[in-house]
Ligand binder design. Structure first.
Ligand SMILES: [Zn+2]
Length: 352
């Protein structure tokens, strides 16, 4: 995300907070609860080039968020309980679900002790290729290629282009440009092909990221044994499902559930769509998830939950705890529903 866009979002969140508008709007846009999205939880790192920093918060920030939710008397519940409340229309108390995507080892190392001590249930959505050590964390490959080189050559639209990225500012700009260009490739296969080529040309070991950052099956089994933990599906190879052929999308969702069941003896009832924005998961994916019998499925479309989401259980929005906005007041504004109501033009359900 560009720094200008970040500045605008931060300005909006600050405005809603300090004007008090988030308090005034909350009864109308606050809904019944929310699902939080986290990726990494780990101590801050000093590097100036951290284009994926939005995906990580510090253990200290997570602690502050949990303490705030407890003080605010918001129920912290697991996904099964959220599903029960939605389907039985039990909206007496506000609730929040804590969810982690991707199954990073720092979930176990830093987040789990905090959540365990506070008795907070949480879910981990696991792409099975990550513990199988076949996953391609392509956004980290792109980061490594740019971090380790002063210039990069790439064929774009049949033309060889050369990009300078010697300075931190150049690296940030180039990451932004290439990240969104990759996300816009019409097929997942094309995008992965470009990443594999980049990794080969610039000597980045794709498999090493899985090994270093993601939990193994035995580590996941240890967490899965705790009643606080729900293991959810997050496909096999972590693709943008909407860019796959229908059978491939279906098998990514279905197979991941069988693989988790075989490895951990728990059959996931809940799904998270990788990437999770409208270009990755849309009505076709929602229909497949429903056919496959998942109880709920989450996107990364921003929003709190409303009563009407009981009719859209395969397209639930979430609120991301974003590493670029690690202030409690932003979390309060986001959970009030006011910021996302504005971003969504006050539409409650985004399932198209
Ligand atoms: Zn993911």
């Amino acid at each position: 995300m560009s720094s200008l866009k970040q500045t605008i979002i931060r300005g909006g969140l600050e405005g809603l907070y300090f004007s008090g508008a988030h308090v005034a709007l909350k009864p109308f846009v606050g809904g019944i609860g929310a699902i939080l999205t986290l990726h990494h939880v780990r101590p801050p790192r000093p590097d100036r080039f951290q284009p994926n920093r939005l995906l990580e918060v510090t253990p200290r920030f997570l602690t502050r968020v949990v303490n705030y939710l407890r003080r605010a008397r918001i129920d912290l519940v697991g996904l099964d309980e959220m599903h029960r409340r939605l389907t039985e229309r039990d909206f007496r108390r506000r609730f929040v679900c804590v969810t982690f995507d991707d199954g990073y080892r720092d979930t176990m190392q830093f987040a789990y002790p905090i959540l365990k001590a506070a008795g907070v249930p949480f879910a981990i959505y696991v792409p099975t290729s990550f513990p199988d050590r076949l996953g391609e964390l392509w956004w980290l490959v792109l980061e490594a290629v740019i971090a380790r080189n002063d210039s990069i050559g790439l064929e774009i639209a049949g033309r060889n282009r050369n990009f300078d990225c010697a300075t931190v500012a150049d690296k940030r700009a180039l990451f932004d440009e290439l990240y969104w260009w990759l996300r816009a490739r019409p097929t997942e296969a094309e995008m992965r092909g470009i990443i594999r080529n980049l990794a080969a040309c610039y000597h980045v070991d794709v498999a090493a990221f899985c090994e270093e950052l993601c939990m193994t099956w035995p580590e996941l089994a240890e967490l899965a044994a705790d009643p606080l933990v729900t293991i959810g599906a997050h496909t096999v190879s972590h693709p943008m499902l909407a860019k796959l052929a229908p059978e491939a999308a279906r098998s990514e969702m279905d197979l991941s559930r069988s693989i988790i069941e075989a490895a951990l003896s728990v059959r996931p009832q809940h799904l998270s769509y990788p990437i999770g924005d409208p270009t990755s998961a849309g009505p076709r994916e929602f229909a497949i998830a429903a056919e496959l019998g998942f109880k709920t499925a989450v996107t990364t479309r921003p929003g709190v939950l409303f009563r009407s989401h009981r009719r859209h259980l395969m397209a639930l929005p979430r609120i991301s705890l974003n590493g670029e906005y690690q202030k409690l007041r932003y979390v309060r504004v986001l959970l009030s529903g006011s910021a996302t109501a504005m971003w969504n033009g006050f539409r409650r359900v985004e399932a198209a």
